[in-house]
Design a protein around this ligand. Structure first.
Ligand SMILES: O=P(O)(O)OC[C@H]1O[C@H](OP(=O)(O)OP(=O)(O)O)[C@H](O)[C@@H]1O
Ligand SMILES: O=c1cc[nH]c(=O)[nH]1
Ligand SMILES: [Mg+2]
Length: 209
């Protein structure tokens, strides 16, 4: 089964509380969501493999460490996943970006895919799928399906807030995909919203409500 990790760094938790607050407006929600994504990626990338290379400092030749292994790509699930991309790029500015458009039918809660545009070498990259909310898990599961169908084989899912049902759904369908969240919240409401959650993350990010 895949790993599920809550990143409980105090800065992440403090900032998450700020965006949970319904009085936090679009401008602050947007910038703080990106700050949390940046801190999360800092924690998650602790285990990236390294290798030694020879370089020459002004003092002479020396073996030093650099990142080894696969290159990275960030895959936001549109729309709300866009709200985490800039934060990730602060730390990994050379990452490629792929987009997967997904919306959840408000009545049935079923996800619908409407856009997929990915880097050509997706099979050779380590992918960070980002979306603030993992509620029923339907959207993330379908996004991961879309990636695997196109050759992706190294995927991590990074969300701000997860529900227990969402984590279970991903672990069941994609046991190879590790999940990272800033919080595991207590429940899903009858209309599919995470409680206490953030409300509608897309609407809060883009000011569409
Ligand atoms: O786990 P699920 O039950 O599938 O719900 C989570 C999805 O719902 C939200 O997107 P939404 O459909 O509201 O689209 P948006 O990002 O355009 O607002 C959210 O950003 C996730 O993608
Ligand atoms: O709580 C939720 C659930 C799905 N989508 C959101 O934006 N928020
Ligand atoms: Mg939405």
């Amino acid at each position: 089964m895949s790993k599920f990790t809550v990143l409980d760094h105090p800065l992440i938790q403090h900032k998450l509380t700020m965006i949970r607050d319904k009085n936090t407006g679009t401008k602050d929600f947007r910038s703080i969501a990106n700050e949390i994504a940046e801190l999360m990626v800092y924690e998650i990338t602790r285990d990236l493999p390294m290798e030694s290379v020879e370089i020459e400092t002004p003092m002479g030749k020396s073996m030093q460490k650099v990142l080894a292994g696969k290159k990275l790509a960030v895959i936001p699930i549109l729309r709300a996943g866009l709200g985490m991309v800039d934060g990730v790029l602060e730390l990994i500015p050379a990452a490629k970006i792929g987009h997967i458009g997904m919306y959840r039918d408000e009545k049935t809660l079923q996800p619908h895919e409407y856009f997929v545009k990915l880097p050509a070498d997706i099979d050779k990259r380590e992918l960070f799928v980002v979306d603030p909310m993992l509620a029923t898990g339907g959207s993330a599961n379908m996004a991961i399906d879309a990636l695997k169908k196109r050759g992706a084989n190294n995927i991590r899912l990074v969300v701000l807030v997860a529900s227990p049902q969402g984590v279970e759904a991903i672990q069941e369908e994609h046991p190879d995909v590790d999940i990272y969240a800033a919080s595991l919240d207590t429940e899903l409401t009858d209309n599919g919203y995470i409680f206490p959650g953030l409300g509608d993350a897309g609407d809060r990010l883009f000011g569409t409500k």
